[in-house]
Design a protein around this ligand. Structure first.
Ligand code: NAP
Length: 226
């Protein structure tokens, strides 16, 4: 049985990942910004397998406190899931820079902050699976969503460097586009359910090898263009 830690576990893909890991008998360290009723219900029905530790990934103090409160058991898979859409307006003439700063604090600094805090508990073979987006790929053929797309591109490049730097310790880094998913972010008309996405992500988390550290994949295991 594995021990996993999941940011953004209050709803969406993070909550579904937590539910699937509990169902598989794994130990889950849920790291929501703030617990939701659904996450609390999952904890209550998990027989102690899932514990909740409030973790705002945009805050150093919050992330450090959550890591400390969650004990010192080794982590097999750390999922960096937390994300926001960020500003959506046409920004060629002006932009909401506070919203940009918040989005980058959550989706670029956030995953590194969380990795730093949990690094002492990541050993040989441990995995850090980062939920990125196809919008962060240079190959993405559309304009718009400047903040979100550039934050995910920055995350991709950041984790490529981290993958190189942690390879000697046997720590495996993955970048996963989760699909267009039916969550609050993806909306009801998205292509796949959170169950399908999380199931694919979980499989990737189980099977990713050190030879492929730093690679960019889709939830279904296909290689993603950079
Ligand atoms: N849905 C899609 O189609 C899609 C496509 C590509 C990539 N993604 C990526 O997949 C990941 C999960 O998205 P989703 O679809 O599950 O979105 P979602 O349903 O909107 O959930 C986002 C989650 O992130 C959490 N979060 C936001 N800011 C946070 C912070 N500062 N600290 C901790 N948690 C925070 C939210 O917590 P609160 O409840 O506290 O707000 C929520 O649990 C994101 O990284 C997203 O960019 C999604």
């Amino acid at each position: 049985m594995a021990t996993v830690a999941i940011t953004g576990a209050a709803r969406g893909i993070g909550l579904e990942l937590a539910a699937q890991h509990v169902a598989a008998g794994d130990t889950v360290i849920a790291l929501p910004r703030k617990a939701s009723a659904a996450l609390e219900e999952l904890a209550a029905s998990s027989g102690g397998k899932l514990t909740i530790h409030a973790c705002d990934v945009a805050s150093d103090a919050s992330v450090r406190a959550a890591a400390a409160a969650s004990g010192n058991a080794p982590i097999d898979v750390l999922y960096n899931v937390a994300g926001v859409t960020g500003p959506m307006a046409n920004e060629l003439e002006g932009a909401d820079w506070d919203a940009w700063n918040e989005a980058f604090a959550i989706m670029v600094q956030g995953p590194l902050r969380v990795l730093q805090a949990f690094l002492p508990r990541l050993g040989d073979g441990a995995k850090v699976m980062n939920i990125t987006s196809q919008l962060g790929a240079m190959a993405w053929p559309m304009g718009g969503m400047y903040c979100y797309a550039s934050a995910k591109a920055a995350l991709n490049r950041l984790m490529r460097s981290v993958a190189i730097d942690l390879k000697g310790k046997g720590i495996i880094i993955g970048l996963i586009h989760p699909g267009w998913v039916q969550t609050d972010m993806g909306g009801p008309h998205a292509q796949i359910t959170a169950e399908e996405s999380a199931s694919g992500i979980r499989k990737l988390g189980a099977e990713w090898t050190l030879d492929d550290t730093g690679a960019f994949r889709k939830w279904n295991g296909e290689t993603h263009d950079w």
